[in-house]
Ligand binder design. Structure first.
Ligand SMILES: Cc1cc2nc3c(=O)[nH]c(=O)nc-3n(C[C@H](O)[C@H](O)[C@H](O)COP(=O)(O)OP(=O)(O)OC[C@H]3O[C@@H](n4cnc5c(N)ncnc54)[C@H](O)[C@@H]3O)c2cc1C
Length: 473
């Protein structure tokens, strides 16, 4: 039996090597650790092979060979998703697009760029900027996340408030289907209502319906000014009032409204005290990192300052620090994004990203805090998120005596997602469903919706080759 499986594996490997070149077919046991473990170290993978195709045609060939052998295929992008989505099934194929990592073209007349799916987000951002344009998608993981993985997760990031998620930025897409068919519509057109919008089915499908190989992304004029401030607030009513005021006063130029609960700010600034000075005193209930991107170098700084001064005068905020240079701007963003030192001190931790209406958010936070503390009295929490679009991140350390073992994780998952369901929110604001949230999909989707998802999966991937065990329970 073992030798049969082994020889089948050898035939699969030989066929893949004949297609790609033996250098680009690596036995799973010899592959880099990132193909064998997820980013949080929670899931282990044991793929038979890691393959590195260099074109959509080669990806198509891999799918055809996989189909003949009944081998599953999971795309491994930058591995920055935290839901175990890019974990290959045992004996399956892990497919890397790291040889398809180019910016193909930046067209400033059409305001669109064509990129290969393995392109790192930051590389795409820099290419747009070098051409005098702007790719608004921005994530903390910009240096590792790929464009393809981000499309597969319908990533959003820091500027969803103004420019939406990837679904709002992808004008053209190319995918390889489970049977190897290459479907390509690499158009820069914003309006295209010719039949079913299949690209939207692919965006956010986490590699379970097709493999993204190239995409056309919509560009915007490069902002001339960048105003950033850290604002202190004492109540959630102030948070909502300030957000609405800035949206109105800044005339659509508000691009980020990142919210940090007081304890998050305290932990982050404490963890960074060796390398940075604290921009504002601890002790406020909330801190909002506010960004306005504009096109009027003469007037934007005054308008931004005035809007904040008015907000403070009218009691919508209690204090604000405005960055006066690129270095100060970076320091303010670091309070929100430079999480490695704080997370190291918080290890082991559980991580959630959920969404809901802003009005529901403070009640949700207190309900989750109370419910977790009943079970784990020493639990510590970090609450923060892209609140401008209703996105809340939670990091929980369960305290001494609880090693965040899987039983604990199941308990806390049920508490958090149960509360999300009660409020009609979403269990997945970012990162998708992957493997870790599959069992909770019914908290955000009805039985009819889940049945429809199964029918779509069955129609496009009847043999279950693409990223099995993810998304649909
Ligand atoms: C520090 C940090 C900050 C983050 N900030 C944000 C944020 O602000 N907003 C946000 O939305 N997300 C955020 N994320 C989540 C994550 O970065 C995004 O989901 C990311 O864009 C995924 O890209 P990736 O290349 O790392 O994909 P991976 O994690 O490698 O894969 C994600 C999923 O997509 C599939 N996949 C990968 N490539 C392809 C492809 N070419 N075709 C089909 N399927 C594919 C994988 O199989 C997997 O199921 C953050 C993550 C980290 C670690």
């Amino acid at each position: 039996m073992t030798s049969t499986v082994a020889s089948q594996g050898a035939v699969l490997g030989d066929e893949l090597a004949a297609l790609l070149d033996p250098r680009y077919v690596i036995p799973g046991s010899a592959a880099d650790a990132r193909f064998r473990r997820d980013v949080l170290g929670k899931y282990a993978a044991d793929p038979a092979f890691v393959v590195r195709p260099a074109s959509p045609q080669e990806v198509s060939g891999v799918m055809r060979i996989a189909g003949l052998h009944g081998a599953s295929v999971t795309v491994v992008g930058g591995q920055t998703g935290t839901v175990g989505g890019a974990i290959a099934a045992p004996g399956g194929i892990a497919l890397s697009l790291d040889r398809m990592d180019k910016v193909v073209a930046v067209d400033t007349a059409a305001m669109a760029m064509t990129v290969e799916a393995g392109c790192i987000l930051q590389v795409a951002q820099e290419a747009a900027e070098a051409a005098g344009a702007f790719l608004p998608l921005d994530l903390g993981s910009r240096g590792s996340a790929t464009v393809g993985g981000s499309i597969a997760a319908n990533a959003g990031g820091n500027r969803v408030l103004r420019w939406g998620m990837l679904r709002d930025m992808v004008t053209g897409l190319e995918v390889v289907l489970a049977d190897g068919t290459v479907v390509s519509s690499l158009t820069p057109m914003i309006k295209d209502n010719a039949g079913y919008a299949w690209k939207h089915l692919m965006i956010g499908s986490e590699g379970t319906l097709g493999i993204v190989t190239r995409a056309v992304l919509r560009l915007r004029p490069r902002p001339v000014t960048d105003q950033t401030a850290l604002v202190a607030l004492e109540s959630f009513d102030q948070v909502i009032a300030l957000l609405r005021r800035l949206e109105m006063r800044l005339g659509g130029r508000l691009s980020s409204f990142e919210l940090m609960w007081g304890e998050f700010y305290a932990v982050m600034t404490r963890s960074q005290r060796e390398s940075r000075s604290q921009p504002m005193a601890q002790g406020h209930a909330f801190y909002a990192l506010v960004e306005m991107l504009g096109g009027d170098a003469e007037n934007d700084p005054d308008q931004f300052m005035q809007a904040l001064a008015e907000a403070i005068e009218e009691g919508l905020a209690s204090d604000a620090v405005i960055a006066k240079s690129g270095g100060e701007r970076e320091a303010l963003w670091a309070v929100r994004e430079d999480m490695a030192p704080a997370l190291a001190a918080c290890h082991p931790f559980l991580v959630y990203d959920v969404s809901m209406t802003l009005a529901a958010m403070p009640g949700f936070v207190e309900a989750v805090r109370a419910a977790v503390l009943v079970r784990y009295p020493e639990a510590r929490f970090l609450f923060y998120g892209h609140a401008g679009d209703g996105n809340l991140h939670i990091i929980v350390n369960l305290g001494r005596g609880s090693a965040n073992a899987s039983g604990d994780e199941d308990t806390v998952d049920a508490l958090v997602y149960g509360e999300v369901a009660r409020l009609g929110g979403s269990i997945a604001a970012e990162h998708g469903i992957g493997r870790s949230r599959r069992a909770f999909l019914h908290h955000s989707r009805s039985p009819e919706e889940i049945a429809l998802m199964r029918r779509i999966k069955q129609a496009l991937d009847p043999d279950g080759l693409l990223n099995p065990g993810k998304v649909v329970p």
